[in-house]
Design a protein around this ligand. Structure first.
Ligand code: KG4
Ligand code: ZN
Length: 365
């Protein structure tokens, strides 16, 4: 009997304001996270109400060694035990990406191990495969909604990744087709920008979630639904931001605090209803058998509860797949998972080629 090869992949993520390292053990059938160490820069950027690129890069430079060492210690492994290094090299803040890319190149070159460049969205998609059931072919075609601070996209996955003959290092490791996207703000951005209008700290998604769950009435305020036209699978969230700005102006300053739970619940509902409407349409149009939701907004408690309550009504085979909350917001475990899936197919950069790897800011490049 031949035994499956076990690999250990170190993942590194520095595309925005999380400096993260993780080690995944791939036994050929499942991907197990052995460690995840993340240094979040939220407190550093909070006074500015958003991410300041130069502060992000400088902080990554100060913390990257610490998170890598911590993830090795947590996994009880040495550098020599690693089989490959995976790193986000696009898209993101270029100065922030360069820190992770430089560290990964140095490690891979010195250890004479393969380097795996990862597109950040391929990372979010790969967070799904940290759950073994996502590999089940009976769940395909699968609709995957990527809902993060930077992106809101609907992808149709024809097969699980191991049934897909990969065309090359630069191409996706998934047999995926993007069937819908936001035309302006991403869903996470809609949470963050409306939260800012309410005077909540950055990033506001988590705060809206938390305050709404303190008894907020989701029907208290009527807010516009993004692109309600039946035919398109695209989203638009900028109208919501304008409506919230106008609404907040009408509420007296001393009444704002007590109105917060209702405001948060209504804003959250408007975003989730828009997501749900397009998800239902996409499932019907493309006859998807299952639904998965990934990215920072997938950590939202109301979204998880709403989708869990409604999946049977729209003919799905099982309840929606969500990564664990720690693997929804930016993290290196999803990057290591994407690396593991690439390594299985030999989609690697080796000694001579890895030195040329660069960071790319543009998501479509
Ligand atoms: O995936 P992610 O960590 O970063 C990007 O790739 O953009 O997503 C961050 C986004 C932020 O907009 C944040 O407000 C949102 O995810 N988010 C949430 C929650 N937790 C994070 N939005 C709603 N509810 C949450 N619980
Ligand atoms: Zn992300």
């Amino acid at each position: 009997m031949t035994s499956l090869r076990v690999s250990h992949i170190l993942g590194i993520e520095t595309s925005c304001d999380e400096c993260s390292a993780s080690i995944i053990r791939d036994d050929g059938t499942s991907l197990q996270p052995l460690s995840l160490s993340t240094h979040t820069q939220i407190a550093l950027h909070q006074p500015y109400g958003g991410v300041v690129p130069e502060i992000a890069s400088r902080n990554h430079l100060e913390t990257i060694h610490e998170v890598m060492e911590h993830s090795l210690r947590q996994a009880s492994l040495q550098l020599a035990d690693l089989d490959a290094i995976a790193v986000t090299n696009r898209p993101g803040l270029v100065g922030a990406l360069l820190v992770g890319v430089s560290a990964a190149k140095a490690l891979a070159y010195a250890l004479k191990k393969p380097l795996l460049p990862i597109h950040h969205l391929e990372g979010h998609l790969s967070s799904l495969y940290l759950k073994k059931e996502a590999f089940d072919p009976a769940l395909y075609p699968m609709l995957v909604a990527i809902v993060s601070g930077g992106h809101t996209e609907l992808h149709l996955l024809a097969t699980p990744p191991d049934q897909w003959a990969y065309p090359g290092v630069e191409r996706s490791i998934f047999q995926n087709t993007r069937i819908g996207r936001s035309r302006d703000d991403a869903a996470g951005e809609a949470f963050d920008k409306t939260a800012k209008l309410l005077g909540l700290p950055y990033p506001g998604g988590r705060w809206i979630d938390e305050i709404a769950s303190q008894g907020g009435n989701p029907a208290a305020y009527e807010l516009p639904k993004a692109l309600p036209q039946k035919s398109t699978l695209d989203f638009s969230f900028s109208g919501l931001k304008t409506a919230v700005a106008l609404l907040v102006q009408k509420i007296p300053q001393d009444a704002l605090k007590s109105a917060l739970p209702d405001l948060c619940a209504s804003i959250q509902e408007a975003i989730l209803d828009a997501l749900w409407a397009k998800i239902v349409l996409a499932i019907r149009q493309h006859e998807a058998r299952s639904l998965a939701i990934v990215g920072g907004v997938a950590a939202n408690s109301r979204l998880r509860a709403k989708m869990d309550a409604q999946w049977e009504k729209i003919g799905l085979r099982c309840s929606p797949l969500f990564p664990e909350p720690a693997y929804c917001t930016d993290n290196a475990a999803m990057i290591a998972a994407a690396g593991a899936l690439r390594l299985r197919k030999g989609l690697v950069l080796l000694q001579e080629r890895l030195l040329a790897l660069n960071a790319v800011a543009n998501p479509e490049a």
